[in-house]
Write a new protein. Sequence first.
Length: 543
Amino acid sequence: MPSGRPITRPALRALLLLAWSLLALGAQADGNEGAAIYRQGLLPSGANLRGTRAAALDVQGMAAACINCHRASGLGSTEGRIVVPPIIGKYLFRSHATNVQDMTAPHVAGYRSTRPPYTEESLAQAIRQGVTPNGRSLNYLMPRYPLDDASMAALIAYLKGLSAGEMPGVSADTLHFATIITPDADPRQRRAMLDVMEQFFADKNAFIRGGLRPMRSTREIEYRVSRRWQLHVWELTGAPQSWEQQLRMHMAAEPVFAVISGLGGKTWAPVHRFCEAARVPCLLPNVELPLVDERDFYPVYFSRGVLLEVDMLAGVLSGKEVPRRLVQVYRAGDVGEAAARALAVLAAASGIAVENRALPELSGSAAELADATRHLDAGDALMLWLRAPDLAALAPDARPPSTLLVSGTMGGLEHAPLPLAWREAALLTYPVDLPEQRSVRMNFPLSWFRIKKIAVVDERVQTDTYIACGILADTLTDMLDSFVPEYLVERVEGMVEHRLVNGYYARLSLASGQRFASKGGYLVRFDGPTGSRVRPQGEWVVP
């Protein structure tokens, strides 16, 4: 250091950002030849990787890529009775004789501690011929790959470095997590979400205060160290164009293992892009307009939000009584604007004329709202992408059209405050389970809120946050000490469908490559003398 002057806070922050950026660039070194073989099924020559199974069934290209079974983490997978073992260097070259002395390799499903360790030569033999160091034949599901020496060396080098080294946000005694809040998020929902998260984290830390010892079984060592959960609240400011840079700064100053829950307003796309680029799992945020790109790996959502509702309405617009024109009303800048654009595309494909009527972004007059929902012809359908205050402000003496469609996500589900005449005409998108069917599942979060003295000010947000934290806790327990970001996402995929307590959702499930756990919903009408209940119009719809 050129002088003895102390480093200023801005300078330190800049150094942290530079260090994080260099680490990120190193992590992006997947552009090497071994990574291309493993992840894409591409040989250094540019030709497709080819493999042959026992029944002379060839696979090639992406279908032959190792990642399909051994996953991005390299820690393997389970499908029914088939267990795919880990193939990262830490397990491939590990001698079972070191199990008792070396506790740094936690138990992973499929790892055989009694298997002789691989060498580079015996691993190449296993990949080419399907024979292990002790002469055992690998399962027929494992293809045999006739790789040349250079390609084999590149692949083995990649396996040695896969999921190796220190992981961000993981220390000897603490796991660091962030939750992200965008500046346009609802302040009431923000406090409601944080109340749940802070209490859940406090309960988790209180439970492990005494610590746990490593566990041993007769043939394997299952390794676990108690770690505190540390929550970092990353509150964004300014325009969305600046959010990714802000998040990089946060990550440099406070490296985290994963982002959990979170709260968005009109857009979440910059957060999604940051998590994918930084390789940080982003699990189950409270957002109504996620970025839909299931080629991405790290962001995982409850559902597609208003975009799921768009697809649910496609059947209505292509049914027996197709409207001649679709009139959509929404607030400029809100998530309903993006939903209206998407629905307009579907309507046009069915030959339906579309007219979009945007209300001012800031609260407008009752006259503007009334004007936007008037001037409808016979045969028109009216779609309301509006929040509860706008629904409540609809003229109670107005005569709604015969085809009236309302976003349940934006309007408040069965609590949507439509005037009675509008309620009687409305067909509501309802992308969650029906109230009567979810009541038993809701006993768990609601009882927890009551016991912990958490005021329920937004039941949906608080319940989803509680479920997200519970999924994280269950997944980490299942992972033992294999704290690899990719493995966290993979274990969420495998675990979430087995949960019974899902709050608002009838069922959550994630197959490999799926990033939206709830995939359908109901179309409902209001029922009862005051329109205070809902009844489904048909079965659960999965577009």
